[in-house]
Structures are given as structure tokens and as C-alpha cells.
Design a protein around this ligand. Sequence first.
Ligand SMILES: Nc1ncnc2c1ncn2[C@@H]1O[C@H](COP(=O)(O)OP(=O)(O)O)[C@@H](O)[C@H]1O
Ligand SMILES: [Mg+2]
Length: 373
Amino acid sequence: MISVDGLTVEFGGTTLFKDISFVINDKDRIALMGKNGAGKSTLLKIIAGVRTTSLGKISAPKDAVIAYLPQHLMTEDNRTVFEEAAQAFAEIKEMEVEIEALNLEMSTRTDYESDSYYTLIEQVSALSEKFYAIEEINYDAEVEKILIGLGFKREDFTRSTSEFSGGWRMRIELAKILLKKPDLILLDEPTNHMDIESIQWLEDFLINSAKAVILISHDRAFVDNITTRTIEVTMGRIYDYKVNYSQYLTLRQERREQQLKQFEEQRRMIADNQDFIDRFKGTYSKTNQVQSRVKMLEKLTLVEIDEEDNSALLDFDGTLILVSHDRDFLSGLVTKVFEFGNKQVKEHLGDIHSFLQKKRMDTLRELERNTQK
Ligand SMILES: Nc1ncnc2c1ncn2[C@@H]1O[C@H](COP(=O)(O)OP(=O)(O)O)[C@@H](O)[C@H]1O
Ligand SMILES: [Mg+2]
């Protein structure tokens, strides 16, 4: 169990978060959602320990492994794809080498009675205990399985990482993370540079093989399939619900309606009281009542309404061409669909839903899968 206690983050006078707390349980699959600039990446970095915070702390068991895939990253360029991915096991391999070296030293020494010989024995046994507690696996086979799953070809294994684009290097980094079998995986937009087959593979991997996961992604289907809990960062607060993102959106809609209702009620209440105050300000017999109402209004905490996620693209009056597999993003935004496949481009008039209906397909992901074959 990892806990986030009272995080507050400020940048040059503006508060990004104020006093945020939540607990990450062993098998939690958390979607971290919120508008651009809400602070999702910052929160992930703080949990990963690559950023510090002015107030609050992250507590984790001493031996907990937390792995983090940043939104933007660089990889070393001098190793092959396979070597780089196998770096995931570098620590274990080092342990093995060290045990061998210590054993060799023990076998060549004869000062059995000395303190230093005794220290040596203790060192070897402590290290061996740690080493043999690690599940015995075929490391090379694991590396191979994960690289293939993420879309690499066998002939890529011996090529230098420098020959690959940023998106492919990101996948190598992701392979390393998955191979380490961390207690908590933090992923910031992992699907941005992936094709649909690899996304599906990652989805299956996270569902079946991962421990706890916190995921930031714009890919709604990906998020919905993996996660069972949603944390939304909005206006410096978080909302934490034990449902996937789509179910959360329904709840959020209800929450917003509730807020609007409370906001209206409060506005009416303020207006009524203000009327009373204005009317009886000078009336001696009402002095106490007027004063207490003034005080009450001064102390009032105003109801806040969460901002709506209005896409600025809707206001744009020029021609807009979007490339996306995100159905919800495209919905309400596009009026025409161009379909690429079989070396042809087909034009469909109508929005994304009428297009999908026409194709009798549930999701654009299915479409991408079909056209790629
Ligand atoms: N080191 C920094 N200094 C100042 N402002 C920052 C810094 N890092 C992030 N921010 C600001 O904090 C806000 C949240 O950023 P980020 O966590 O990347 O949001 P998200 O991932 O939700 O889009 C943004 O307005 C960003 O400009
Ligand atoms: Mg971000």
C-alpha cells in the first residue's frame, strides 16, 4: 500500500493542488483524468519521486518498486534493443556476479578464524538469500516475449536503439518497466506512439500481469478496459470514484447538476438576505437581524462549479483535419470522415457516429485493426 498525504503544489503563486490525499492499494487500476494543465503529469512525477513537493508526502514500503513511464523521454543510444530492454534485470545480474566473486574469494582464503572472513560469510549468505528469493525465470525469453508484444520484430533485437524513432524508444522503455514487475506502474500517455495491436497487447498485459497501475491516457477505450477506479484532478482538488472512466463521467454529470442546483439556491439565498439588509439597514428594531445577516454573508463559503471541458476546437471557424482513434473526442467535432484502407481513401459525409453505424462497427479501434491486416 502506497499513500499520498496532504500534497500541495504551487507554481509561482498559483496553486495546482491543495491538500490532496489518497491511498493506492495493491491491485488498484487507477485512471488519472483531468483537463490539459490540470496537473496530472505533475502528480505522477511526485508519486514517482522525480519531483518534490512543498507540502505533503508519499509513503511506500521500503522495498516497493515504483516504475514510471514519463510523457516525454530519452533513451541511451549505444545499446541494442535487446540489451537495453534486458537492463531491467541489470541489478539481478550484478547480484549474481557479486555472489560469484565473493564465493571465489572465500574458496581462496584460509584465514577461517578471522573477523573479515566471518564478515565475508555473512555477506555471501545475505546476498544469496536475496538472490534466491527472486523468482527463477528465463530472462532472455521474458525480454523476447515483451518486445514482440510491443511490436518489435526479431530482427530489430540486434539493431541499435538510436536507429529507432522516439515512439519506438518509448516502447523499449515500457518493456523495461514491465520486465521489472513493479508494485506500482505509472504511465503517462503510453499509447500516443503505439499502433492498435500493441495497445491491445499492453491492455491485456496490464489487466493480467500488473500489480497496481496509475494511467493517464486520452484513449477512452484503453482507459475503460484497464481501470476500475478514477481520480480526476480539477481546480486543485481530486475526485476519487471506484468506477471506470465512462461510469465516472455519468457520475460527474450528476455532480455538476447538483452543484448548479446548489449554486442557484445559494445565489437566491444571498439575494434575499441582501434585500433584507438593504431594506432594514436603518431600522432600529432590526439592527441585530441585519448585523447577523451581514456576518453570515461574510462568512459564507461560495459554491464552486467545476469547469466544463469545452473543446476550444469547437470555436475554431477554419477547416480542421483530425487524426484520432478516440471516438469521444471526435464526437460532436467532425462532420466528415475520411477512411484510409486497402490503398484507398473513402469520403463519408456525416459525423463519426453515422460513419460507425454505416460501417456497423462499435469502435474505431476495430476499424484500425481491420485495415491493418
Ligand atoms: N516546473 C514547473 N514550473 C512552473 N509551472 C509548471 C511546472 N511544471 C508544470 N507546470 C504547470 O503546471 C500545470 C500542470 O502541468 P501538468 O502536470 O503537465 O498538467 P497535465 O499533465 O494535467 O496536462 C501547467 O499549467 C504547467 O504549465
Ligand atoms: Mg501531462
